[in-house]
Design a protein around this ligand. Sequence first.
Ligand code: S3P
Length: 442
Amino acid sequence: MAHSPATDPAPLTLAGGVSLRGTVRVPGDKSISHRALLFGAIAEGETHIDGLLPAEDPLSTAACLRAMGVEVSPIEAGQIVCVKGVGLDGFQEPGDVLDCGNSGTTMRLMLGLLAGRVGRHVVLTGDASLRGRPMRRVGGPLGQMGAVIHGRKNGNFAPLSVLGQALKGTTIRTPVASAQVKSAILLAALTATGATTVIEPHQSRDHSERMLRAFGAQLEVGGPGNTQVILTPGQILRGQPVIVPGDISSAAFWLVAAAITPGAELTVENVGLNPSRTGILDVLELMGARLEVLNPRDVAGEPVGDLRVVHGPLRAFEIGGELIPRLVDEIPVLAVAACCAEGTSRIRDAAELRVKETDRLAVMARQLGAMGARLEEFEDGMAITGGAPLHGAVVDSETDHRVAMSLAVAAGIARGDSQLHRPEAAAVSYPGFWDDLERLRG
Ligand code: S3P
């Protein structure tokens, strides 16, 4: 059913022209949280996870695992989560369809985990957004290893059914740089016969490689720009303590908000700074943002630091190519930053945004357009000319968490108030976002 913002019960009023000051700790990294749950489930022994993101997406992963007989303790803010591993082949066949909610990472990584569970049949589905996202990019490569996965439109769309098979290792070149695709293949490779090689066009985030190695898997990363991963099966994974750093993709809203809001000064503490994720920092530097990395440290195999940003003048940026996978989730908020920069910013090679939780190029063009942004949308990106002040408007997250939070940042620098429909989408990755915003606006 088409959504009508005009009849939505509770749009959120966001005042324009309010500055931001203070210190914030963003919740745990979403990608690392999913992986800690999934790898903990297939390990031997217990995995204790400190800082797990208590948001809708990881809850979907935990619910799927529980439905297959894995004990996962309650997921609540500030609590260490315990996963009792069932081993590489210990999943029980679930008695019902598994619901992955809004979470692409849950569905794609589960496909990799389930493809080799011989004789067990599992059906995966999700919300309307997830049922419209492409899954052949995972089903295709897994099929090369012998997996049997069926779904609508020749296996491209959920509901998807997986009937576990004995898999064989092979060499797979992925057409897109996607950590979800790479991780699904690596998970399937754990119980295949023989080694599996994954070759990506550019390196995507490498949290799976780091954590699988810490759990005891044998894998080698190499090739130009670390685009090649070889996994050799045969190792038993051992449960581990995992410490999840704050999510740089959630920090990005505060980094951009501080950079563009007159008078703003924010420190975001405990942010994961894995180089495969820090493209946003490179772009903010390119723009001339007043950004400092404080207290850099290493926490359980991932680099971490605190980030301080102070408002100042910004220059336009041009991004594309291998930088895109390093900031793929930050492009909506970078589009907001571009509205405040001197000159025309250009985003290219970002067609992947069209198959995220929403078509983020179309949605950001539509919503920022409603606020008076001067932008042009292309097939694989957009051009945004900064300098024209945004005005308050009626806008809509269109159910996308990162759009909701990006529009909140835009509304903060607009002239006049905005009304944001469906703000609750933020809970997919950052349930406390609106409380943090209120406090920092204090
Ligand atoms: C993710 C990978 C990225 C990212 C998503 C999380 C992951 O997706 O956009 O939010 O945890 O592996 P793709 O793998 O499709 O690029």
